[in-house]
Design a protein around this ligand. Structure first.
Ligand code: C5P
Length: 199
């Protein structure tokens, strides 16, 4: 299996619960790449409480280990601190270093192909309809499905509408719509694209 000898970045962007994380983890395992779930950085900043700019500047690895970062509330809180330009700025250098580490990396988030690593060798935009995404999140987390859909729509609106690094597909990203393909098909297509970029 081809494995990058030096820098090689796969940038994966898309809205909440589209399957970015699943695709990213599969690519990392298949091609031996480092993986950074950048949403976790914003979730951890919000969970620390206090001044979000200070929290972002002082973020340490242990902050990402909290077990309360995956909840719907943590996702909403993350999208509120993610609109603050100084919070985003404090997290850029770490993400860029990770993206260009030797041996290659896959990062998933909202602005990886547009802002963090526009030079990424592969850019994917993983998306699906809000209903499909809400259904998947509801299967994972339970609760009231209508509430999960409302949460997904509110988070989409905040992520797409913000001035600083809004969620958008890079012009050169390949779009994988997981409402018309299964996650397994999306993973297979992503593996094919990355494999082709590595030869
Ligand atoms: O991907 P995840 O759902 O964990 O992201 C949580 C929130 O963090 C997103 O809704 C978004 O507001 C923010 N985020 C971001 N930029 C990224 C990753 C996440 O603004 N690269």
């Amino acid at each position: 299996m081809a494995r990058p000898a030096r820098v090689f970045t796969v940038a994966i962007d898309g809205p909440a619960a589209a399957g970015k994380g699943t695709v990213a983890r599969a690519l990392a395992a298949r091609f031996g790449l480092g993986h950074l779930d950048t949403g976790l950085l914003y979730r951890a900043v919000a969970a620390k409480g206090g001044d979000p700019v200070a929290a972002a500047r002082d973020l340490v690895a242990a902050d990402l280990e909290r077990d309360d970062l995956r909840t719907l509330a943590a996702g909403q809180a993350a999208s509120r601190v993610a609109v603050i330009p100084q919070v985003r700025a404090a997290l850029v250098a770490f993400q860029r270093r990770f993206a260009r580490r030797e041996g290659g990396a896959v990062l998933d988030g909202r602005d990886i192909g547009t802002v963090i690593c526009p030079e990424a060798e592969v850019k994917l935009y993983v998306t699906a309809s809000p209903e499909v995404r809400a259904h998947r999140r509801w299967l994972e987390l339970g609760g009231d499905e209508a509430e999960v859909l409302a949460e997904v729509l509110a988070r989409d609106a905040r992520d797409i509408g913000r001035a600083a690094a809004p969620l958008a597909a890079a012009a050169d990203a390949v779009v994988l719509d997981t409402s018309v393909m299964t996650i397994d098909e999306a993973v297979a297509e992503a593996e094919r694209i990355v494999g082709a970029a590595l030869v």
